[in-house]
Design a protein around this ligand. Structure first.
Ligand SMILES: Nc1ncnc2c1ncn2[C@@H]1O[C@H](COP(=O)(O)OP(=O)(O)O)[C@@H](O)[C@H]1O
Ligand SMILES: O=P(O)(O)OC[C@H]1O[C@](O)(COP(=O)(O)O)[C@@H](O)[C@@H]1O
Length: 305
């Protein structure tokens, strides 16, 4: 079974208006309320790909109820730990440019954490756990690392999508895949990356530090896959970008869902790219029809410096 963990889910409140003027009353043209949070997005894409999975994490209050109800309506399997505080609302403003205001998230108590961790007690080597997104303020920065040690002690695989030191620390536990975008990769090493050669050089360091596969996403510039044997590159297919929130999560869902079925990293990369772009070209996350429409446009080539 694949489990996703969203420690800090959200309602993504997407607001569209032609122009945002700060300090004035603005009127929106269109809005949408979507269940958000990185692991939840991964779960939704896995489901589109027919990959059985269970979404775990913390949900609370009326906002948490909205998220849980919406996922149930979509027939997603969930087993969230309920907390007393409200799940956050993340505001995504799409005007002359895209701005995001992400909430901090609820307080989570030690008892709630213990109840959550119990769900990982029965993991086996057939399982994979995808840990994605920010932590809530009451949890220590070591939370993911402690979970990963637990997951690895059961022989299960893990995938981690986070940034900075929290990511670096987990590499020695051999994540199945990590997917920084090119900006996050530069921040990880405190460098400026100029061009694909630089990106590959630093992406390879993540492999050396322990990742089994490295995906580097580059939004409208496509992506890279670095394996111990080869480096692959694909440009992004052309299309009209409607809402790129969740494109990165979709790429992870596409990669992990396909890898679980095929164990083929290049085929998994193909689906990762298709899911990422299909989401960028959709209002909400991509559905299967959009993913299938994009797949033939993905052209992967071996990359050599
Ligand atoms: N504007 C876009 N046009 C086409 N594909 C895109 C676009 N934005 C994202 N994608 C696809 O989704 C993948 C992940 O997007 P990206 O924005 O890099 O991730 P993140 O949200 O984690 O920063 C990209 O590698 C690309 O394949
Ligand atoms: O947990 P974080 O880092 O605050 O991010 C949460 C946000 O990320 C998202 O999962 C989207 O992530 P990506 O655009 O990076 O794929 C939103 O649904 C959510 O609002």
């Amino acid at each position: 079974m694949i489990y996703t963990v969203t420690v800090n889910p959200s309602i993504d409140y997407i607001v569209q208006l032609e122009k945002l003027t700060l300090g004035e009353v603005n009127r929106m043209d269109h809005d949408a309320k979507l269940p958000g949070g990185k692991g939840i997005n991964v779960s939704r894409i896995l489901k589109e790909l027919g990959q059985d999975n269970i979404a775990l994490g913390f949900l609370g209050g009326f906002t948490g109820k909205f998220v849980e109800d919406t996922l149930k309506e979509k027939d997603l399997k969930t087993s969230f730990t309920h907390v007393a505080d409200d799940t956050r609302i993340n505001v995504k403003i799409k005007a002359q440019n895209e701005s995001e205001i992400n909430g901090k998230g609820p307080q989570v108590t030690a008892e709630e954490v213990a109840a959550f961790k119990k769900q990982l007690d029965n993991l086996t080597s057939d399982d994979a756990v995808i840990l994605s997104g920010s932590l809530v303020p009451s949890l220590s920065q070591d939370f993911y690392f402690d979970l990963i040690k637990l997951i690895r002690s059961k022989g299960a695989q893990f995938v981690i999508d986070t940034t900075g030191e929290s990511l670096m620390k987990t590499l020695k536990e051999n994540p199945l895949v990590v997917k920084p975008n090119h900006h996050e990769l530069a921040d990880l090493f405190g460098v400026e990356l100029n061009g694909l050669d630089d990106i590959v050089t630093y992406g390879k360091k993540l492999l050396t530090l322990g990742a089994q596969h490295v995906l580097i996403s580059m939004a409208g510039d496509g992506g890279l896959l670095i394996t111990p044997d080869e480096v692959y590159y694909s440009a992004a297919p052309k299309g009209t970008v409607i809402n790129s929130v969740g494109a990165g999560d979709s790429m992870i869902g596409g990669f992990v869902g396909t890898f679980a079925a095929t164990k083929d990293p290049v085929e998994s990369f193909r689906y990762g790219l298709a899911c990422g772009s299909a989401t960028a070209f959709s209002e909400d996350l991509a559905d299967r029809a959009k993913i299938d429409e994009i797949l033939p446009a993905i052209k992967i080539e071996k990359y050599s410096k």
